[in-house]
Design a protein around this ligand. Sequence first.
Ligand SMILES: NC(=O)c1ccc[n+]([C@@H]2O[C@H](COP(=O)([O-])OP(=O)(O)OC[C@H]3O[C@@H](n4cnc5c(N)ncnc54)[C@H](OP(=O)(O)O)[C@@H]3O)[C@@H](O)[C@H]2O)c1
Length: 427
Amino acid sequence: MTRPLKIAFAGLGTVGGGVVKALQKRSEILEARAGRPLEIVGMCARSRHKSRGFEVTNWVDDPQALAAGDADVIVELIGGEDGPALALSEAALESGKHVVTANKALLARHGAHLAALAESKGLALRFEAAVAGGIPIVKSLRESLIAYGVVTVRGILNGTCNYILTQMEATGRSFEEVLSDAQHLGYAEADPTLDVGGGDTAHKLALLAGLAFGMTPDLDHMPVEGIAHISPEDIAFAREFGYRIKLLGIAKATAQGIDQRVQPAMVKAGTPLADVDGAFNAVMAVANDAGPFFFEGRGAGEAPTANAVIADLVDIARGNMGPAFGIPAHSLISLSPAPAGSAVSAFYLRFQVLDVPGVLAEIAGHLAKWRVSIESMIQRGRAPSEAVSIVMITHETKHADVQRALKTIALSDKVIAPPCMIPMEAR
Ligand SMILES: NC(=O)c1ccc[n+]([C@@H]2O[C@H](COP(=O)([O-])OP(=O)(O)OC[C@H]3O[C@@H](n4cnc5c(N)ncnc54)[C@H](OP(=O)(O)O)[C@@H]3O)[C@@H](O)[C@H]2O)c1
């Protein structure tokens, strides 16, 4: 009989449990796909006696022990940037074992180092489930969209944020109200900071940029903005202008360097990214002459992520051992980041102001000083002295210029709340 691929699991939660269940239930079909049996030789989690809905076999208490066992592959599904996940991944590779992980936080920080370690040992490091869950975007960027060079990647990479924004639009409720409901329904973590603050999207974007541009994943030159300040009013105005607000991870190769950022953006209604609703994820990758490619699917959850992990295991079983980021780890380069604020786009701006004479002229004056020109404007308000909203769409302008203008405008005694600026992506 063909030699089985021996697999050990560290982490048996949502993803790990899903993978084990699928391997136990679908062993025949997966063996046919893999060309050999996929055999579980080790399992480890925190609590040995938790009821998990599958048969727990070959238990070990300490994840590090898996690196010393007889597995061919360690599947790291514990999570976390450092700690046991990093220690186990290093130890596994050092001791000649392939590593499969879904851990974007670990790879965004240590991916280049782990990729180099894997290659030095002739091993595979695979992470399909780490970005956009069930969407096969890692393999697509690593092995498929390679002939012409990818110049832009834009993604809706966090299902929690997309769910919240979709619900805010559907119900007109505030961010706080929708987040609280999402937490009760289990769509958002008890501590949602990493999701709604944009950090999770940043981890995934760093990996996509690494794969797309052959660069060392770089979290340190990536402005990251979350969605907590998006108001129902912004969403309603966006709709009025023919846009939807999405939290995007954006990575572009520009003449000034790599422009990477995570921020809420106005996306034209009716375009593929704008139409992605609820907890779904999507990625638009533009591959020069080959044009744009659009991927959409479930970004999280047991089955989609287990599917991605199993695809990595089958690749390894079949001997597809190419480099983790598509090019040899020593060729990954630290590409220079584009200067902060150098990106250019049109903007949606909203000012909450006192309805007094001169306020519009004052705002327009500051914008003009920084060469920000206005394409269209709406003012909403009723009685004098009542707060009104002034909403503007600008022509294309440098992000830094808008930021500087808004900083000055915020100081005015007629402006009663911090101005809101949202770039318009891919109009
Ligand atoms: N959930 C998703 O949809 C999804 C999607 C894409 C990527 N990911 C990534 O996949 C990874 C796992 O996520 P998950 O949702 O499956 O997490 P999870 O449900 O919280 O499961 C984590 C597992 O790790 C175990 N664990 C925690 N600390 C440990 C330690 N020190 N030693 C040994 N085991 C330990 C836990 O043990 P107990 O079960 O005993 O508590 C649990 O089985 C993370 O990197 C996550 O970012 C998740």
